[in-house]
Design a protein around this ligand. Structure first.
Ligand code: GLN
Length: 485
């Protein structure tokens, strides 16, 4: 994180030491200077952002004080922000301008946050590295020969490179947590329903959640507080218990906190360097009086299969709307059928096509029972594992990914290898649970995160538990060396 945390800027704005206009101009300067190399940004509307910044400054001058007022924020390009393109990292939406705001964007705007850019991403949020964007990959600011992680690649790079103190991504099976781990930032996937999905372009609706990204858990608390609350436009949304604690945010008292280590997450596949960072992080908790014990989530071994069956099934249904009739790109094609087929052929990338085909197959007559229905049953077993384990522990701690950021190209030829990067991030979403990734340190010069998973609607407790850790450590304050200038 190069340019100060959201909490720092909050104090600066409230004290009148800095203006929103200056923060937003600085964001654009950094984007102009750094983004030709990092590739995190797909679209900006500088004039609109500056207008919003000036409006925020007027509210500040009038004495208004609120958590995100005047703070720049970057939005993943699958979130709708009126009057800007929403590409979802895909050619199929070429030329499409959205006519409405996602609920989370609307709430941020009401609260005075200033969106500054739409961020690069894997096409339709399918991917773990950022390499499946139709517009070229974003790069990891810690080592630009390596992936930043995906699918919220650009949002995470924008925070890691200090374009803005806050960003929004989306997390279906790890897409804010995995890149956060690879780029040394903090990201929350809230309990399913805590943030409205209205205006988040659907990938797999039973799994998709909007997730805030920032340098610290305290920064995430600012952003989350501005967006929570049931939304009549999303029938799956709900209120967040304890949301008022986000406003007077305090670290969790760690004495007696029961932290479970699921043994299935610490097997042979875990790189030694990452394992020792986790051990170091757990010692920090133990030194403060947390009780650490081993637990078991026996159905974890079915998680990747279950996730990819359910995800692709939902993808095959959700993506049928991109047909050349309603949005973006339209192929020349002869009759309607040919036009739709050609639009999809020209507009969609290989990974998206692969998932549509796989999902359509899973749902087809004759295979539904063998694949989709079985996956739904496995999903229930995975959720039950968590219910049982949370009878004896308060929170789970796990790796985010088996390794650190990998070099470009090493997993793109082998879809299974890419899917396995998600082994530790897909389980909690299958159970609808909140989880976060925060910096745990560096191994061979590259960052790796630790994941905390909590019971449903324990989002605030999770952030407080992360905040307590960050008050005792400095990993999250490390800046990518090439950007420290
Ligand atoms: N990497 C996972 C996938 O490709 C998760 C993506 C996401 O969370 N959007 O499905």
């Amino acid at each position: 994180m190069a340019a100060g945390t959201a909490v720092d800027w909050r104090e600066g704005l409230d004290a009148g030491d800095v203006s929103s206009e200056i923060l937003v101009k600085t964001a654009f300067e950094r984007i102009r200077r750094l983004d030709p190399l990092l590739g995190a940004i797909l679209a900006v509307n500088e004039e609109r952002s500056l207008q919003l910044a000036r409006a925020a400054d007027a509210r500040l001058r009038a004495g208004e004080r609120s958590p995100v007022l005047g703070l720049p924020i970057v939005l993943k390009d699958n979130l709708n922000w009126r009057g800007l393109p929403v590409s979802c990292g895909s050619r199929v939406l070429d030329g499409y301008m959205t006519p409405y705001d996602a609920t989370v964007v609307d709430r941020l705007l009401q609260a005075g946050a200033v969106p500054v850019a739409k961020a690069n991403m894997d096409e339709f949020a399918m991917g773990s590295s950022g390499e499946y964007s139709a517009f070229g990959p974003a790069r990891n600011p810690w080592d630009t020969t390596r992936v930043p992680g995906g699918s919220s690649s650009g949002s995470v790079v924008a925070v890691a490179a200090g374009y803005a103190p806050l960003a929004l991504g989306s997390d279906t099976g790890g897409s804010v947590r995995l890149p956060a781990s690879f780029c040394n930032v903090t990201a929350l996937r809230p309990t399913y329903g805590v943030l409205s999905r209205f205006g988040l372009t659907a990938m797999a609706s039973s799994l998709d959640q909007v997730g805030p990204i920032a340098a610290t858990a305290a920064d995430l608390a600012l952003a989350l507080g501005a967006m929570v609350g049931r939304d009549p436009l999303d029938s799956t949304s709900s209120d967040l218990p304890g949301a008022e604690r986000l406003a007077s945010f305090r670290p969790k008292d760690l004495k007696g906190l029961r932290i479970g280590l699921p043994r299935e997450y610490f097997g042979d596949g875990l790189e030694a360097g990452v394992r020792s960072l986790l051990e170091g992080a757990l010692r920090v908790y133990a030194d403060q009086g947390a009780e650490i014990r081993e637990v078991s989530l026996p159905h974890t071994r079915y998680a990747i299969d279950t996730y990819y069956l359910i995800c692709t099934s939902e993808v095959s249904s959700n993506l049928s709307r991109f047909d050349g009739v309603r949005y973006g790109h339209r192929a020349k094609g002869g009759n309607l059928r040919e036009m739709i087929a050609e639009t999809r052929d020209e507009g969609l990338g290989a990974e998206v096509k692969r998932r549509i085909l796989l999902g359509a197959f899973c749902l087809s007559k004759g295979y539904y029972d063998a694949f989709y229905l079985k996956a739904m049953k496995a999903r229930t077993l995975i959720a039950r594992d968590f219910e049982q384990v949370f009878e004896s522990v308060d929170v789970l701690a796990t790796p985010v990914s088996p390794g650190v950021a990998f070099p470009f190209g090493v997993k793109t030829e082998d879809p299974m290898a890419m899917y396995l990067a998600d082994a530790f991030t897909v389980t909690a979403p299958l159970a609808g649970l909140p989880c976060l990734s925060m910096p745990a340190g560096f191994t061979a010069g590259l960052p790796a995160g630790i994941q905390l998973i909590g019971p449903a609607f324990s989002d605030v407790m999770l952030l407080e538990t992360a905040h307590a850790f960050q008050l005792l450590t400095t990993h999250h304050l490390e800046i990518p060396p090439p950007l420290s200038a």
